[in-house]
Ligand binder design. Structure first.
Ligand SMILES: [Zn+2]
Length: 456
């Protein structure tokens, strides 16, 4: 498989020559990340190729007691003909590929330096070293410090753990190369300040004023896990939620727009609009939805660090769902302030319903990487159905009662906030189970919805 995706429709004409040059150089590095990922991924084994497929989970745990490297995020576990288990560092296993990545990023470093971005060039040089040392902290620290006057940004390395379905430890290679999409920056700052003002915190007194920066970008190339999954957003650092340098969120605007047609089909099939559809506005609405979710999620996770640790496994689903709803709430405040129009807001809510229908479909199909979203979407959907906000008609379309949707969202945010504050994993599980009981109506639309979501 070729895990490299290039976007040829991004307008680069406003970039400087050296920036275009850097892009060409970086593309090689992105491609090679795809090659490594191809060697790590194996859909036929829960542990991918990170562990020998024939070795059980329990056996691996036993071996790891003697050799902790088996559970390093940056090793491939192998078995030889004698049945001996060993852990090989990524830097060794993928030595040739890593040398190619390093060569590319070191070649781009002087371009940044010569054009006044010396911190960025140190990031690139450090990343090159980190790849060879299987330790990514130093380059991550520098990247978090970079101010985003830099137009062309690349983020690559072994980062996400979704491909290790056995333990969720091993990091798969991924890469994304982007340029800033400045259109949404102003709107974003507004969302961040509202989120910080309205979302409750478990800390007494003044809220933690951590740094949260969001960058909206157009993707030029994605490699590895990112080319496979095509995410809408990413958030860094992955390891510790609050670092001294704060949190950075990347929003990939053209990835979001690429899913636009599917959401439109869901609206056409089940929801309908009582105002004129405008394609560009719809794309903006979906981007807004993603920004709101990410901002709300990051702020509330940071406000409830203690609860998050206490809740454990269930935390993701609760915080995902809470973020969806809190995002809608933030938007409603922006309507009161006159930043968003009432129609923009209505469009947002309809797009959100389309999105949770899609999430419900993923949940039904048992797609792994999306389960936390899927659980939340299923719960929200059933909650709003029971509150009467969504009404199925005889011909299986859904009528929206906006008044009941808004009060339903309000109530659900309150219920989730209580669950988060109490941090009782059992209660959370019960709550999600209660709203995992799908109505007959949802089952009636399943086939049609699956067709739209999975066959396009
Ligand atoms: Zn999220």
């Amino acid at each position: 498989m070729n895990y490299y995706k290039e976007y040829t429709d991004v307008d680069l004409s406003n970039l400087k020559d050296w920036e275009r040059q850097a892009i060409e150089i970086f593309k090689d590095a992105v491609k090679v990340c795809g090659d490594i990922y191809d060697k790590q991924k194996n859909s036929n084994c829960p542990g991918g190729n990170f562990y020998p497929c024939e070795i059980s989970k329990e056996q691996l745990e036993t071996f790891a007691k003697e050799n902790p490297e088996i559970f390093s995020p940056y090793t491939m576990v192998e078995i030889d003909q004698m049945g001996k288990i060993s852990a090989v560092k990524y830097s060794q296993k993928f030595e040739k590929e890593i040398a190619q990545i390093s060569e590319a990023i070191e070649k781009a470093a002087p371009l940044y330096e010569q054009n006044g971005f010396s911190l960025y060039s140190s990031y690139l040089r450090q990343l090159s070293k980190d790849l060879k040392n299987d330790s990514y902290e130093e380059s991550e620290k520098i990247w978090l410090k970079i101010d985003w006057k830099v137009n062309v940004d690349i983020k690559l390395g072994p980062i996400e753990t979704y491909q290790d379905k056995l333990f969720g430890i091993k990091r798969a290679f991924q890469a994304n190369l982007r340029i800033t999409d400045k259109q949404y920056q102003g709107e974003l700052e507004g969302f961040i300040s509202v989120a910080k003002a309205i979302l409750p915190s478990e800390k007494d007194g003044a809220k933690d004023d951590f740094i949260l920066k969001v960058r909206t970008d157009k993707v030029i190339a994605m490699g590895g896990w990112h080319a496979d999954f095509v995410p809408r957003t990413s958030s860094y650092p992955r390891d510790e939620l609050v670092s001294k340098e704060g949190i950075r969120i990347l929003v990939y605007t053209n990835n979001i727009i690429s899913k636009q047609a599917m959401h439109k089909k869901i609206i056409d099939e089940f929801l309908g609009l009582d105002f004129e559809f405008n394609e560009q506005k719809f794309g903006e609405t979906l981007i807004r939805l993603a920004m709101l979710h990410e901002v709300a999620e990051t702020v509330s996770k940071s406000n409830h660090q203690g609860a998050r640790n206490k809740i454990g496994g269930q935390a993701d689903a609760v915080f995902e769902a809470h973020a969806d709803l809190a995002g809608i709430e933030i938007a409603s405040i922006q309507v009161l302030k006159g930043v968003l129009t009432a129609t923009e807001y209505k469009f947002l809510v309809i797009a959100f319903i389309a999105r949770i229908l899609r999430g419900w479909a993923f949940r039904k199909k048992g797609e792994y990487a999306l389960s936390a979203y899927g659980d939340g979407h299923q719960m929200i959907l059933n909650y709003l159905l029971r509150k009467g906000g969504l009404i199925f008609t005889e011909n299986n379309s859904i009528e929206l009662d906006f008044q009941l949707i808004f009060t339903g969202i309000d109530l659900l945010i309150k219920e989730l906030s209580v669950l988060i504050t109490e941090a009782d994993a059992n209660k959370i599980q019960e709550f999600f189970l209660e709203y995992a009981k799908d109505s007959k109506n949802l089952e009636m639309i399943q086939d049609k919805l699956f067709k739209i979501v999975f066959e396009d």
